[in-house]
Design a protein around this ligand. Structure first.
Ligand SMILES: Nc1ncnc2c1ncn2[C@@H]1O[C@H](COP(=O)(O)OP(=O)(O)OP(=O)(O)O)[C@@H](O)[C@H]1O
Length: 275
């Protein structure tokens, strides 16, 4: 079911690479104005899903829309959707400020906007630092700064917590909550379950196929169970020992054939699964 406040809609979304299905028949609506965590192990298909959503990879089957249209057909998409993904590349030789100013030019924004987003993301002190000399955490902040430049309605962030120290993680959590508080939609991929548990309203769990879509509160019984426990029940019901779970959580996953039976998929009220 699609509602008026659906920000992202995936329908039967499937991607096969040389006979290996990375994303299989993913159908889910993501509600506007909320922080939604796209969760899955390494290799679960999160990045592939986001790339299809943003028109960076062509689906083998199915559709993905953002604000009601495929990204490539969305008017003013570069202003309405802010994106942070690995491999988006930087400008050789740029400093933090000059890189953001280049993006300001590309987006038709005043150069002063670069300084505003540096303040928001806590990197103003690093304005003159070469980007290639920045730490991973600093680069994550810079990537979010770039995503925020055009004051977008929707943010799509691929693993934004990677490389952040505890201060950075707390800052990211507060920032994402505050962005959603302003009415923005935040779709954030991660496999850092403890972190996400404190950040998201809604959860989409995938392991090539959809395993859960709904509110965090529904998933955890309003905190009665931990997200991590529910996650493992959904992605790997056979795993029983914590040691096995920890190992599985960090090991790359080889996609299984698309004929494998999907796990139970819930259809709660906040995110509507149409699987
Ligand atoms: N361009 C590609 N060509 C072939 N296989 C690919 C390609 N991109 C992704 N894959 C495969 O698709 C599967 C899903 O990868 P994807 O990067 O989407 O997972 P992920 O959930 O984002 O993982 P991670 O958390 O490690 O980033 C993996 O098995 C990966 O090897």
């Amino acid at each position: 079911m699609t509602t008026n406040d659906t920000a992202v809609s995936l329908s039967g979304l499937t991607k096969t690479y040389k006979g290996v299905t990375a994303v299989d028949d993913l159908t889910v609506d993501i509600r506007a104005g909320r922080v939604t965590g796209l969760l899955g192990r390494n290799g679960a298909g999160k990045t592939t899903t986001l790339r299809m959503l943003l028109g960076l990879a062509a689906p083998t089957a199915g559709t993905a829309t953002i604000l009601g249209r495929p990204y490539a057909e969305l008017p003013d998409a570069a202003h309405r959707v802010g994106v942070s993904m690995d491999g988006m590349g930087g400008v050789p030789g740029a400093t933090v400020r000059s890189e953001l100013r280049i993006w300001c030019t590309v987006l038709g924004l005043p150069a002063t906007r670069a300084d505003e987003v540096m303040e928001i993301t806590g990197i103003a002190d690093a304005a003159t630092r070469p980007v290639k000399g920045c730490s991973t955490g600093m680069r994550q902040r810079l990537a979010l700064a770039a995503a925020l430049l055009a004051d977008p309605e929707v943010l799509v962030l691929d693993e934004p917590a990677n490389g952040l120290d505890p201060d950075g993680i707390r800052w990211l959590r507060d920032t994402l909550r505050s962005l959603a508080g302003e009415g923005r939609t935040v779709l954030v991929s991660s496999h850092q379950l403890a972190e996400l548990e404190q950040t998201v309203d809604d959860v989409v769990i995938m392991q090539r196929t959809l395993r859960y879509a709904g509110t965090l509160a529904d998933l955890t019984g309003h905190g009665a169970t931990r997200l991590e426990d529910r996650f493992f029940e959904l992605v790997d019901p056979a795993a029983t020992s914590p040691a096995a779970e920890n190992l599985a959580a960090t090991a790359p996953t080889t996609p299984t054939p698309s004929t494998a039976a999907p796990a139970a998929v819930r259809t709660p009220e906040r995110i509507t699964s149409r699987a």
